[in-house]
Design a protein around this ligand. Structure first.
Ligand code: SF4
Length: 362
């Protein structure tokens, strides 16, 4: 089985006040020292060599110079088999996008872009503390739509003013991205937004905005809780996570999941630069934990979990392991059951954390 490769680039031009990802502000391009450390870590990897996907996430990978990115690709190709079928995604901030840069990314092998648009409304973008404005988002969308064969747009509902959400959805559709990710704004502990929790949407309003997205994006397959795709445009890299399959993470604070061991790289930049690839933690999952996570992750997907897949992978039936919890979830209307498998209902999509809790408690 091919693995997913994740590269975490922990730098942003400015820090958005709602974000709790591992990243720090940098005034210029991604520092050379980080690129060197990343290449060292990649070249030292001694696991499975076939990569079905590579995902440059962050942080803001679009802050890497083309020369730095070329060296990371060289390191990747020295260690992994990456063929024409491999999906290679790079996350980009609209402000960084230019025709020259997108063409440069394509030449290096990037075949999918994920554009952090978030909103097409200037006050909402200011509320989120984003560095781009609505016109910058439109300009980037036009370039990416023209030059990239596959691309995705990230959107956030819940920023103020919240009622501009339908208009942002309408405008998003004009650019015809093959894939759209829709997230509700969260007020995470440890971020500047933590102190503004009182501004969070009421549950009923959050549900209404979530459903407005479902309605507006009805021409797309709502294939995962937060993700919509045209046929064949699903994010293959994220499917590795949702199938609970093998992935290798490189860069500051990146997670890996290999042979039942979940590990995390050092998350402080200085620590990472001093010891690229050293682990902050490694957890050996028990066989039951692996089966549990496989069920929970699959139930994020519209098509859910096939019984024969589970039996092939684990040599036992999913009802033998989690029958009580699954029957309870079915009775509560959170999952549906077919002769082939189990899948989340519309209610189970929205209240997906309840599915996870019931399975964990079983
Ligand atoms: S650009 Fe993205 S990763 Fe960077 S601070 Fe903003 S939300 Fe976080």
């Amino acid at each position: 089985m091919k693995l997913g490769v994740y590269i975490h680039v922990p730098y942003c031009r400015t820090r958005c006040p709602y974000c709790d990802f591992v990243s720090e502000a940098v005034s210029g391009a991604v520092p050379e020292l980080f690129v060197e450390a990343l290449c060292t870590e990649i070249k030292g990897f001694d696991g499975h060599p076939e990569a079905g996907s590579v995902f440059f996430g962050g942080g803001t990978p679009s802050l890497m110079t083309l020369d730095g990115l070329a060296r990371v690709f060289e390191a990747l190709r020295s260690r992994f088999v990456i063929d024409s079928e491999s999906e290679i995604t790079l996350e980009a901030n609209p402000d960084d996008v230019s025709r020259e840069l997108v063409q440069g990314w394509r030449i290096l092998g990037v075949n999918r872009l994920s554009l952090g648009v978030q909103s097409f409304d200037d006050p909402a973008l200011r509320y989120l503390g984003r560095r781009h404005d609505a016109e910058g988002a439109r300009r980037a969308c036009r370039i990416v739509a023209e030059l990239m064969p596959r691309w995705s747009m990230d959107l956030i509902y819940g920023a103020r003013p919240a009622e501009v959400w339908p208009e942002t959805l309408r405008e998003a559709l004009c650019f015809e991205p093959g894939h759209i990710s829709v997230y509700g704004l969260t007020y995470e502990e440890g971020t500047p937004f933590d102190a503004r929790r009182g501004e969070a949407l009421e549950d009923d309003d959050a549900l209404a905005y979530y459903q407005a997205a479902e309605h507006a994006l009805s021409g797309y397959d709502h294939y995962e809780i937060s993700n919509y795709a045209k046929p064949g445009q699903e994010c293959r890299h994220n499917l590795v996570y949702w199938h609970n399959e093998t992935y290798a993470g490189f860069g500051t604070g990146a997670y890996s999941y290999i042979n039942g061991v979940r590990s995390r790289n050092l998350s402080g930049t200085h620590k990472y630069l001093a010891a690229p690839g050293a682990k902050e933690e490694s957890i050996v999952l028990s066989p039951r934990e692996i089966r549990l996570e496989t069920v929970i992750q699959h139930l994020r997907l519209r098509w859910g979990l096939r019984r024969d897949y589970y039996e092939r992978r684990f040599g036992r039936g999913v009802y033998a392991d989690f029958g009580n919890a699954l029957r309870d979830l079915e009775a509560r209307g959170l999952i549906g059951v077919s002769k082939d498998g189990i899948y989340p209902t519309a209610q189970g999509f929205y209240l997906n954390n309840e599915i996870g809790l019931a399975l964990v408690d079983s």
